[in-house]
Design a protein around this ligand. Structure first.
Ligand SMILES: [Fe+2]
Length: 198
């Protein structure tokens, strides 16, 4: 920074509104740690909740990305409705991602954000880079939902036992309720029912 500043000063007089560009600094909070906030929740509880939330955050970010991938790659007779439905679910997952991340921050933790870090943490299987058949796309999304739902149920019970009612509420009221509803809408598209003649 000092070098950039001296170059700037040599070239033109420093203006008071000149932004201090190209700044780099050391990490001030490590991932996997929590700061002390006055929440009446123990250090151990906040550490545990943040770890569970970050796993769900990573998996939900991947589910969001899978929804967008399949929204783009959709094809066939039900293209239009599935194209729109998957985009709606993606929007809802993105809203959940924000809520989960901000719960981690509320507890004093560090939310996983960089997609390369997300890729290291997620337990959702990687899809092929290309395009699968439509029922396989939907099955893949359902399996991601079930993985997240199973983890969310387990985490919700454990954080409740530790007294973290706020995280329990987020997991039950948002993550689980939204995931269950989205899974229903997807699963109905995998029922092999006649379109015209019974
Ligand atoms: Fe789109």
């Amino acid at each position: 920074m000092a070098e950039n500043l001296s170059k700037h000063t040599e070239a033109t007089p420093m203006l008071s509104s000149q932004p201090w560009l190209h700044q780099h600094g050391k990490e001030i909070q490590a991932f996997g740690t929590v700061r002390q906030f006055p929440l009446a929740l123990s250090y151990e509880t906040r550490m545990y909740a943040c770890q569970r939330l970050n796993q769900l955050l990573a998996d939900s970010q991947v589910l969001y990305a899978l929804y967008k991938k399949h929204h783009w790659l959709m094809r066939g007779a039900t293209f239009y409705q599935l194209h729109l439905l998957l985009d709606k679910h993606a929007d809802e997952q993105l809203a959940l991602v924000d809520k989960i991340a901000e719960r981690v921050q509320t507890l004093g933790g560090v939310a996983v954000g960089d997609p390369r870090h997300v890729a290291e943490l997620t337990k959702v299987p990687r899809p092929p880079d290309g395009c699968e058949e439509v029922p396989a796309m939907l099955s893949r999304l359902l399996e991601a939902h079930e993985l997240i739902l199973g983890d969310a149920h387990d985490a919700a019970a454990h954080v409740a036992a530790l007294g973290d009612d706020g995280t329990n509420d987020l997991l039950v009221s948002d993550v689980i309720r939204t995931g269950e509803l989205q899974a229903w809408f997807l699963a109905e598209h995998l029922v092999d029912t006649p379109l015209v003649r019974a």
